[in-house]
Write a protein that binds this ligand. Structure first.
Ligand code: LLP
Length: 404
C-alpha cells in the first residue's frame, strides 16, 4: 500500500475506487505482497531448505491457499475442516501436518486415511488413540510429538503456547516416557519432534532457547527423528514499533543443529506469510461528537475483525484519501455492535472525517476473516484480491437473507 497524490493505492488500484464497486466492509489482499512474503521467508531459511507448511488457521480462503500451494508450500491444519480445505486447494497430503490438542477419533481416522505427512500428537492419550486406530487399520502411522519446552515467548499473554501452564504439548519427562514406550512399536512411528512457543514473536532469544531445549532432548531421547517441526510464531511489524525479528540469528542456530543431526526442518508460519498482505476497507457511518472525543462510527465491527476486541491488539487505521485538516481531539474508532469492546483504535488526533469517508484498517490478513462471526446477525464481509491493476472477488459477502 502506498499513497500517490494523497490517494491510497493497493498495488495499482485506487483503494477508494474499490469501495465504489464492492460493498464495505471488505478484506482487500495484495497478491504481490503475498508473493514477496513467501519468497522472503524462503530466503531467510534458504540454508536449511525447510518444508514450509502454511498455518491454515491464520487464513483459510481457498483462493489464497491455492496461491500458497502454487508457491510450493504445504499446510499446517488443526481440524478436519482445515484438512479438507487444504486438500481441496490441491496441497499434497505429504506436505500436510495436523496439530491440535483435541483431535477426535474421526479426525485421526480421516488423517490416517488421507496419508498426511504427520499427525502431531499433543498428549499420551492421543498417541494411545492413534495407536488403537493404527492397529485396527493394520497400518504404521507417522507421528510427531509436541514438546512443551516451558519457554515464555514474551508475546501477548493470550497467545503464548510454550509455557508449562499452557495446554499445548507435553513436558520433557512425559515426552521421553512416550518415546521409550513406542520405541519399537509396529504401529506408531514417532518421526518428528514438534514445538510451537507462541505467536507474534519479535525477540529471537526465546527461539534460541527453544533450539537449545530441543538439542538437549534429542540427546536424552536417543531417538532418530526424521523431522523437527519448529512451528510458526514469527512476528510482523504492525507499524506501531520498529522491532523486527532477527531471522539471521534464528536461522544460524538452526543451521548448527542441522550440522549435528541430519533432519528435515518444518515451519508452520501463518502471520508472517499473510498478516501484512491485507487491509479491511471500511466506511464512516457517522461522526459522533461528544464533549471529550469524537466517535468515528464505522461500518465494520468486531464481528468482521476481532483482534482488537479479543486481544487488545492495535492496527493502524489510515484514510484512503488524505486531507491536511488535522483535528486535535481524541478519536475513538468504533463499530456498530452493542459492546463497549467493539473499538478498533483510539488516537489523539486525526484528519477531519465525515460520513462515507473510506478508511483502511491495516495488517488484517492473519486471524482476520477466520475469526469473523455473525454476532448481532451481521453478514461476514467479502474478500478481494488485487494483482497489479486487476481485482478479483475471492469470497463473496455473506447474503443476509441466507443467514436469516
Ligand atoms: N503452529 C501452531 C501449532 C500454532 O498453534 C500456530 C498458531 C501456528 C503454527 C501459527 O502461528 P503464527 O506463525 O501465525 O504466529 N489469533 C491469534 C494468534 C493465535 C495463534 C495460534 N497458533 C492472533 O490473532 O494474534
Amino acid at each position: 500500500m502506498r499513497y500517490n497524490k494523497h490517494r491510497l493505492f493497493i498495488e495499482k488500484v485506487n483503494a477508494q475506487s474499490i469501495a465504489k464497486k464492492v460493498d464495505t466492509p471488505f478484506y482487500c489482499y495484495s497478491f504481490n505482497k503475498l508473493k514477496t512474503n513467501i519468497n522472503n521467508f524462503k530466503k531467510n531459511f534458504n540454508k536449511i531448505d525447510p518444508l514450509i507448511c502454511f498455518s491454515v488457521k491464520s487464513n483459510n480462503n481457498l483462493y489464497i491457499l491455492r496461491i500458497i500451494k502454487k508457491f510450493g508450500l504445504g499446510a499446517d491444519v488443526v481440524s478436519k475442516g482445515e484438512l479438507l480445505r487444504a486438500l481441496k486447494a490441491g496441497i499434497s497430503p505429504n506436505k500436510i501436518v495436523f496439530s491440535g490438542v483435541g483431535k477426535t477419533k474421526e479426525e485421526i481416522n480421516f488423517a490416517i486415511d488421507k496419508k498426511i505427512l504427520l499427525i502431531n500428537a499433543e498428549s499420551e492419550d492421543e498417541i494411545n488413540v492413534i495407536n488403537k486406530i493404527a492397529i485396527k487399520k493394520k497400518k504404521k502411522v507417522n507421528v510427531g510429538l509436541r514438546l512443551n519446552p516451558n519457554i515464555d515467548a514474551k508475546t501477548l499473554k493470550k497467545i503464548s503456547t510454550g509455557r508449562n501452564e499452557d495446554k499445548f504439548g507435553v513436558p520433557e519427562k512425559i515426552f521421553l516416557k512416550i518415546i521409550r514406550k513406542f520405541n519399537s512399536s509396529s504401529t506408531i512411528n514417532i518421526r518428528c519432534l514438534s514445538v510451537h512457543i507462541g505467536s507474534q514473536i519479535l525477540d529471537h532469544k526465546p527461539y534460541l532457547r527453544m533450539i537449545r531445549v530441543i538439542e538437549n532432548i534429542i540427546k536424552k531421547s536417543k531417538n532418530k527423528f526424521d523431522y523437527i517441526d519448529l512451528g510458526g510464531g514469527m512476528g510482523i511489524d504492525y507499524g506501531l514499533n520498529s522491532k523486527k525479528l532477527n531471522y539471521k540469528k534464528y536461522s544460524s542456530s538452526i543451521e548448527r543443529l542441522l550440522k549435528k543431526y541430519k533432519v528435515k526442518f518444518i515451519f508452520e508460519p501463518g502471520r508472517s506469510i499473510i498478516g501484512d498482505t491485507a487491509c479491511l476497507i471500511t466506511k464512516v457511518i457517522y461522526v459522533k461528537s461528544s464533549t471529550k472525543k469524537n466517535f468515528i462510527i464505522l461500518d465494520s465491527a468486531m464481528n468482521d475483525f476481532m483482534r482488537p476486541a479479543l486481544y487488545g491488539s492495535l492496527h493502524r487505521i489510515i484514510p484512503t484519501v488524505k486531507n491536511n485538516k488535522i483535528l486535535k481531539k481524541i478519536h475513538d474508532f468504533v463499530g456498530p455492535i452493542c459492546e463497549t469492546t467493539d473499538r478498533f483504535l483510539t488516537l489523539k488526533k486525526y484528519q477531519q472525517l465525515k460520513e462515507n469517508d473510506t478508511l483502511a484498517i491495516c495488517d488484517v490478513g492473519a486471524y482476520g476473516i477466520v475469526l469473523a462471526s455473525n454476532y448481532n446477525l451481521r453478514p461476514k464481509p467479502a474478500e478481494v484480491l488485487i494483482n497489479n491493476s486487476s481485482l478479483k472477488i475471492i469470497s463473496k459477502r455473506e447474503n443476509i437473507n441466507k443467514i436469516i
